[in-house]
Design a binder for this molecule. Structure first.
Ligand SMILES: [Zn+2]
Length: 508
């Protein structure tokens, strides 16, 4: 600590989730459109996020926070190196400026950023910060559950914590947990050390839901481990699986207090690792064919509604563009269903055509495959424009303003209502539909383009939730995707793998 002054903590981060299989490359524009804040703007743009949690702890503990730079870019294609260089340099400039006047660093990260030249952008950032401030300065980072935690991150950090919820609703709690550890380290109350155990497995995102299924057991185990003396936090990182990078795989992170607690931390990390490895088959997704799914809708009684069907392979929350017409094509190929059936599709040309035509107009449109012709083909339809909308709306998850550009609601074949938008947006909660005058609760069926996080919002009222077997860059059959860089062996790419451990050190 620097003498008797109020401790000062630098806050900086960059948040992005790459999808290596989606089209094109991403630039800084992705962040400028969503969140790119510098200095005090970091706080001004913070609502219910990790920074809000960190601020609450700092206020309680009399710690001064020094906001430097923070971006949020959602999920999207691999980034151009320039985008990362810009963000890195803004952060490093702040670190250099403040280096002699701070006592600790908090990094609210996502942990899944990759560029053409950097498979582990956050690892590189952390190393460079460490080089500037030296070994003694405590640096704690927080991560999304869908990060990929690497050896380089482990080397550079004193502590790391991650979300314990999916859908992610514990942003503030995660920021609080990170800041608590940092404050203890600065005050000499604790000496955080990360025990990291890499587990050679990958799972599709459908199984990551912490409100149901196997992940509830994993989180309960983490809470138990956190109640152990000497343990400051316990985290499971289950990477989002559409990131083609070395070292991909689950991570167990146990942050312990002091060298003396490391052996116990290792035992706990191994225990959690063996537990998740033992339940790996239970994380497999359960997608069913379009025929089977819509036969079930067709056979249901009128009051049995809504069916909630996830077309996860085209999920913008995992980096796809929301431009699949696969479900629409299937619906048009079979007898009409009872409606309304709601679905979303990103198509800038068709959306603008609807705005030019006006409400009530009937027109022919060719929609679909606007961004990803490698996965999808367009379909030509007769549509009626029901409603037009534009402007950002506040999303529940993530808690930010989302801008889909122009939006148009069209009716097709008498029972299908499609929300067309100019730009892809994350669609985990109901806000996109509701902001466009569409009400999933009253629909016969609603298509959501999300792999798992939609469940928290839809399961309270869904008659039945069905995962659809569809193609796209967010496929759940991971070995079907063109991975090139992952470190093998890795389950399920190597289905006969006998043991879960990966990386340095053998389990105790
Ligand atoms: Zn996530």
């Amino acid at each position: 600590m620097r003498g008797a002054n109020r401790p000062r903590v630098l806050v900086a981060g960059m948040q992005y989730e790459v999808n290596s299989f989606t089209a094109g490359t991403g630039t800084l524009e992705i962040f400028r459109k969503r969140r790119m804040a510098e200095g005090e703007e970091v706080f001004a743009t913070s609502h219910g996020d990790e920074v809000a949690g960190a601020r609450a702890v700092a206020a309680r503990r009399g710690v001064e926070l020094v906001p430097v730079f923070l971006t949020f870019g959602g999920a999207g294609p691999i980034l151009e190196d320039d985008a990362y260089h810009y963000m890195r340099d803004r952060i490093l400039a702040g670190v250099r400026r403040e280096a002699g006047r701070i006592d600790g660093i908090y990094l609210p990260l996502h942990g899944a950023m990759a560029t053409k030249g950097f498979s582990d952008a956050e690892g590189d950032l952390i190393s460079r910060i460490r080089e500037i401030v030296g070994r003694e300065m405590p640096i704690i980072a927080s991560f999304d559950m869908h990060a990929n935690f690497t050896a380089e991150m482990e080397r550079g950090l004193d502590g790391a914590v991650g979300f314990k919820t999916c859908p992610h609703v514990d942003y503030p709690e995660t920021g609080e947990a990170a800041m608590e550890i940092l404050c203890k380290a600065m005050a000499g109350e604790a000496e955080p050390i990360i025990v990291h155990r890499k587990v050679r497995m990958m799972t599709s995102a459908e199984g990551h839901d912490t409100t149901t299924g196997p992940m509830t057991e994993v989180i309960a185990l983490l809470r138990k481990v956190e109640a152990t003396p000497g343990v400051l936090s316990a985290t499971v990182i289950a990477p989002q699986p559409w990131m083609d990078v070395p070292e991909l795989g689950w991570s167990i992170l146990v942050v312990v207090d002091g060298e003396a607690a490391v052996p116990a931390g290792r035992r706990e990390a191994d225990r959690i690792g063996r537990h998740v490895w033992g339940m790996r088959e239970r994380f497999r997704s359960n997608r069913i064919s379009l025929d089977e799914a819509f036969d079930a809708v067709a056979a249901s009684a009128d009051a049995e509604r809504p069916f909630v069907l996830s077309d996860a392979s085209d999920a913008p929350s995992a980096g796809s563009f929301g431009d699949s017409a696969v479900v629409l094509q299937h619906l048009l190929s079979r007898p009409p269903l009872a409606g309304p059936l709601l679905l979303t599709m990103t198509d800038p040309v068709a959306t603008r055509a609807c705005h030019a035509a006006g409400v009530g107009t009937r027109l022919a449109l060719t929609i679909g495959a606007a961004f990803q012709p490698i996965y999808y083909t367009p379909v030509t339809i007769e549509a009626r424009v029901l409603r037009l909308a534009e402007g950002p709306y506040v999303s529940e998850l993530p808690p930010v303003h989302l801008d889909a550009g122009l939006r148009a609601v069209i009716e097709v074949a008498g029972f299908i209502q499609i929300l067309l938008s100019e730009k892809p947006v994350i669609t985990l909660d109901l806000r996109g539909y509701e902001a466009s005058g569409m009400y999933p609760r009253e629909a016969k069926a609603v298509i959501v383009k999300s792999a798992g996080q939609f469940r928290g919002f839809y399961s309270p009222f869904a008659f039945r939730i069905i995962e659809l077997e569809t193609p796209g860059p967010v496929d759940s059959q991971l070995p079907r995707l063109p991975f090139k860089q992952i470190t093998r062996p890795l389950w399920p790419f190597d289905p006969d793998l006998a043991e879960p451990w990966q990386g340095a050190g053998s389990p105790s």
